[in-house]
Ligand binder design. Structure first.
Ligand code: SF4
Length: 561
């Protein structure tokens, strides 16, 4: 099986030390990215670690395909214990960082401990340096990127940065890279903030040799030639369709369609797009640099999920208002889905849907934990009682769009996901719209025959997160292509994906997670039966825990044992 190469760089920011460790035994069974981060985290983070404590660890890792220039591979993975969900979680970001990360020569970088002073950690192929930066306290993401560029000549494509939200330990703070791309879900920005790390930079010329088959060029060519709505409208191309089939959460999840969709649709976003946007080496180029000529406002996005959280779910029908919310989240370092949903919860409690000025003010207050922002910075799960609204979250994570009340398989996927109510963990929704030419498309209603498919999708997505391959490659990545690119049987890859999901589950079980956490705030037909079938497919216990016998010497036994 193809895997990333290079040692682990373990950095203790409290002790200001860095050590290099050979981890070939882990690499051989881990591909890279999320698999590598999860295996290291499972072995090295104490099961009772405080997500915002010194003993939590954060792992940055690429996969073997970042050693190529194939489309869909300009991404990398971060893993740690989430302050939002309290479970082990990986988050994935695009942009231009991944290939600069490979230049350091490391397969993964681990950040542990906690610094007394605010620091930037510089990781190069020559070693690690620590720079005290008290002057960057509360600096925004662009201000921090500008400092690093001025002082060190490193553009934002070399950086991971937190904004005030991360420093203030907002539970859904993101880590930003390439300035506007986010390791968004799960609050890993607050993990860096709790360690007093303002930024980590990556630079070097020591990329390791990993031979990638010529197939990469074929995929690259197809991505360049393809006619696809995402090339014009990114993920927002689905908005009107989702609204039409009643899968677009609106007014803090109280409705499933939005009468103001015309003001924030993919067409409106495309009107604001002023140039092509992409990630490193990706010819699919689905990103959305947007500009409002009248106000001069520029941002990247909004993506569809932001369109839901700060648009329909907040009662906003003006694309410029939406762009401003998106911009503020990027500047302060916030996950747009959790931030938007949490703001929507507040709007529901105050009967203030559609109040754009209030929304923008709330985003700033959350990032700085000012006034009511200090409460909202805790996320919906922890504050819904105070606000007097329903708890629209799973495992503490606020919901993505593609509503499970309409798309029942996606509903089950929200419940089982180890990282909570996120759409990218399994991505069941395209098979229920259907948005792809899938032979195995499903009817939206019910769960019949869906649990085995859910297991397969969770497993192959774990492989995509490990290789690292963008999920939007779904029209281009056949089973054969996975096999050729990663030099492994498809079944072998699915088994490794299953191992990663099970390792996450096992870690979270030790922290108290079980079937009682695989729940939804709404009912879907035959949910309990579907959940039981899912556990059966996984070989887990009826209570949602991993059997002790699954582990041999602390590792998941092969699937056929
Ligand atoms: S498909 Fe879009 S998000 Fe994925 S790597 Fe390419 S440009 Fe980035």
């Amino acid at each position: 099986m193809k895997h990333v190469r290079g040692p682990l760089c373990s950095i203790d920011v409290g002790e200001r030390t860095a050590e290099t460790e050979e981890i070939d035994d882990v690499l051989e069974s881990a591909i890279g990215g999320r698999a590598l981060g999860t295996k290291l985290a499972h072995d090295r983070i104490p099961f009772d670690a405080d997500p915002l404590g010194a003993d939590n660890r954060l792992y940055f890792a690429t996969g073997p395909l970042q050693h190529s220039t194939m489309s869909f591979t300009g991404r990398m993975s971060a893993t740690g214990v989430s302050p939002l969900t309290d479970g082990l979680l990986s988050s994935n970001a695009g942009g231009f960082l991944s290939r600069n990360f490979t230049g350091t020569g490391y397969s993964a970088v681990e950040i542990t401990g906690a610094s007394d002073d605010l620091v930037i950690v510089h990781v190069t192929d020559d070693g690690v340096e620590f720079e005290a930066v008290p002057e960057l306290e509360e600096a925004t993401v662009p201000e921090t990127c500008e400092y690093i560029e001025d002082e060190h000549g490193l553009g934002s494509e070399h950086t991971t940065v937190i904004g005030p939200a991360g420093e203030n330990r907002v539970r859904f703070a993101s880590i930003m890279t390439s300035e506007e791309r986010a390791f968004g879900r799960g609050g890993l920005g607050a993990v860096l903030g709790a360690k007093n790390v303002k930024a980590v930079t990556f630079d070097g010329d020591s990329t390791r040799e990993v031979e990638i088959p010529p197939l990469q060029m074929e995929i690259h060519g197809e991505a360049a030639q393809a006619e696809h709505p995402m090339k014009d409208q990114g993920t927002t191309s689905v908005a009107e369709y989702a609204n039409m089939v009643e899968a677009l959460p609106s007014y803090y999840f109280s409705e499933l369609t939005f009468e103001g969709i015309d003001g924030i649709s993919g067409d409106r976003v495309e009107e604001k797009k002023y140039k092509k946007g992409t990630c490193s080496s990706c010819a699919f180029a689905c990103k959305l640099p947007t500009r409002d000529e009248e106000s001069g406002l520029e941002t990247e996005g909004p993506e569809y999920e932001t369109l839901m959280a700060f648009g329909s779910n907040s009662g906003i029908d003006d694309v410029v208002d939406l762009m401003k919310s998106n911009k503020l989240c990027d500047v302060y370092g916030l996950d747009t889905i959790s931030a938007g949903d949490t703001v929507a919860a507040y709007l529901a409690s105050e009967d203030e849907f559609g109040n754009a000025d209030l929304i923008h003010d709330l985003v700033e207050k959350i990032a700085h934990r000012e006034g009511v922002g200090d409460t909202l910075a805790e996320g919906v799960d922890r504050i819904h009682d105070d606000l007097g609204v329903e708890n629209w979250s799973v495992k503490g994570m606020e919901f993505a769009a593609h509503d499970g009340r309409t798309l029942n398989g996606q509903g089950l996927a929200f419940a089982t996901s180890n990282r909570g109510a996120d759409h990218m963990y399994a991505e069941f929704y395209p098979y229920e719209y259907p948005l792809v030419d899938a032979d195995d498309a499903f009817d939206k209603e019910g769960l019949e025959e869906k649990p085995p498919k859910l297991v397969e999708l969770e497993n192959i997505n774990a492989i995509k997160d490990s290789a690292v391959i963008c999920k939007f490659s779904r029209d281009f990545m056949t089973d054969d292509r996975f096999e050729t690119l990663l030099d492994a049987d498809y079944e072998e890859l699915l088994a490794l994906g299953g191992e990663i999901v099970t390792l996450e589950r096992h870690f979270n079980n030790q922290r108290g997670f079980d079937r009682g956490d695989d729940t939804l705030p709404y009912e879907i037909p035959d949910f309990e039966q579907g959940l039981a079938e899912y556990y059966g497919e996984r070989g887990w216990n009826d209570d949602g825990t991993v059997p002790d016998a699954t582990f041999e010497g602390g590792h998941v036994a092969p699937a056929d044992d």
